[in-house]
Design a protein. Structure first.
Length: 150
């Protein structure tokens, strides 16, 4: 791997570390655990993808067992960040919904960072944005399909 490619890998790692630190800062400011923030992100991603946000989905995405997932959901519900609601199509199923107050908190904290990233993306032409999209999609695939140390 050429040195230039390795520098890009290190830059991606630096961005992810910084993003993780910001998530931890957000969690601390709002009386949450960093896993709580990851859970809210998972639930918001599911909503954007129009996927039913269930406890099973959340546990699988976060790598938690059933008891850990229930504890996490209970904590987020007590904080007023998540609500359990019955599925209109299958009343036996309980769905999870991120509450407006949690969305507002996230927008207040992460909004300026997202706006900065959008400004950067706006400075790129469509071909450059497509290249960034292809790289990030491929990087995501590597992390979700390959075992570390394998």
């Amino acid at each position: 791997m050429p040195d230039d490619n390795l520098q890009l890998v290190h830059l991606l790692r630096a961005v992810t570390v910084e993003f993780g630190l910001r998530q931890a800062e957000f969690a601390a400011r709002n009386g949450m655990h960093p896993t709580d923030v990851r859970a809210l992100v998972c639930l918001l991603d599911a909503a954007r993808a129009d996927e039913p946000a269930t406890a099973g989905l959340l546990g699988a995405r976060l790598g938690l067992n059933s008891a850990g997932t229930t504890s996490l959901i209970d904590r987020l519900e007590r904080l007023g960040h998540v609500a359990r609601i019955r599925d209109d199509r299958d009343r036996r199923r309980v769905l999870l919904r991120v509450e407006p107050q949690a969305i507002r908190l996230g927008q207040e904290f992460f909004g300026p960072l997202i706006d900065g990233l959008l400004d950067v993306l706006d400075s790129l032409d469509p071909t450059e944005r497509d290249t960034v999209r292809r790289f990030l999609t491929a990087a995501h695939t590597v992390f979700t399909t390959r075992e570390p140390g394998a």
